[in-house]
Design a protein around this ligand. Sequence first.
Ligand code: NAP
Length: 483
Amino acid sequence: MYKIIPVDPFNLVLFGGTGDLARREILPGLYRRFHVGQIPRSSKIICVARKSYGKQEFSDFVKKAITENLDQHLIDQDTLAQFLSMVTYKSLDANDNENWESLKQSLDLSLITAFYLSVGPNIFSKIINNLDKFDLIRPNSRIVVEKPFGHDFDSSRELNNILSKVFSENQIYRIDHYLGKETVQNLMALRFGNVLFEPLWNSQYIDHIQITVAEKGGVEGRGEYYDNSGAMRDMVQNHLMQLLCLVAMEPPSIFSPDAVRDEKLKVIRSLEPLHHTDIVLGQYGSIGSEPSYKEDAGNPRSTTESYIALKCKISNWRWANTAFYLRTGKRLRKRVSEIAVVFKDLPHSIFQDHPQINGNVLAIRLQPNEGINMTVTIKEPGPGGMRLIEVPLDMSFAKSLNQEVGNLTKAYERLIMDVIRGNQTLFMRGDEVEAAWQWTDKVISCWEKHRKTPQIYDPYTSGPEEAYMLTNKDQRRWREIEI
Ligand code: NAP
């Protein structure tokens, strides 16, 4: 069993505390941390939003959020009642001056106080300015900012400027929940905690790397927001680039927030600009009575990409000429996220019946079934000579660590505990986000200059045909999108 280290008592002010993210992830996650004894009872969680709620009505809302989003065996009525007594509600509109004073009065600001912006980006600056105006910020305050962190380089810089007027960089937690996943951190443990992989982790032994984040769902419900964003801004600029950084970065000299983030920044800065033939855009069509992307987005003329595939290169000593294929999309065959490190084929086969032996593949699965899987070549058991087969060496965390999948600490709760502990390793630094936008903006202007439009693809497939060409022309193949 893993060890639980309780955090100090804290205040968490959750702006957008009645929203979808709070309901599905943040409140259930906080309950789980309380249930395992990590959150002290004297902590306070204050949910903030505009609607007015009666005390009981809000308590029922939180209870429902927890019971609907967690396995029943985690819920015991005494613990739940204690947790509910820690969670209160404050009605407040970020855009006006009412009720901020009363929010302040309800907080003991000598405690660590985290302000979590789980609201739309249109009110980020209002909240930040009001926290300052109503004197809620102390040296032990922290601010957590949800994605999207800007829409392009200019807006991300503007948001960084607004934040840095009232918070210092070590108080700012730009959240990317992909970094909170067990496997993503294990990627660092695997690379830098074993002698086995690092000597091979370069262009000499690695043929290419594939990063896939495939979603089965469409954009229903978020159509208007998504249509102004698209897969590049919504997924690549943050989640996929973070994964790329972790897989490609040099070993930091020490596992400290700035040492790790310095190395990630170097990767982003070493990304080569893309050629338009390295970019594939797609948009899902309709199937049966299910609407197409354009219908979901409510925009019949939309040219926003619900799918993107890229071939990227990192221009440094370790990775010269190694292809990094990135793809993400909606309405694909399965919901799968993985990083696959494909090693080079053997230079020479000594086995006459097997003149060519495929390189090993190390697949790091983020979801579902977090774990690490490696294909190795072995002799097929039994008589009949030296017949070779490829088999998986499987390390599923749930099995190896004797935990049920539902018991693995989830990304949001882990990251919130890091905020309280003051550990920024798994959060993006301001310069990192800006550099990621700089590269993203260049990719977008490249396809706009070449008037690239998305190819329509059939829902529940692996994406547009054109994406196959991206790898086929290099005599490579995408891995199947399957569980
Ligand atoms: P949501 O369901 O629309 O919730 C928005 C919340 O903000 C509600 O509690 C809303 O309550 C409150 N709010 C809106 N305007 C307000 C104002 N003027 N003053 C105070 N409170 C206000 O949004 P969400 O899906 O939870 O997303 C929240 C943030 O997380 C967004 O930035 C989103 O991009 C990001 N995010 C969401 C997800 C997800 O899975 N949902 C995943 C990653 C990132 P009232 O209307 O009562 O004020």
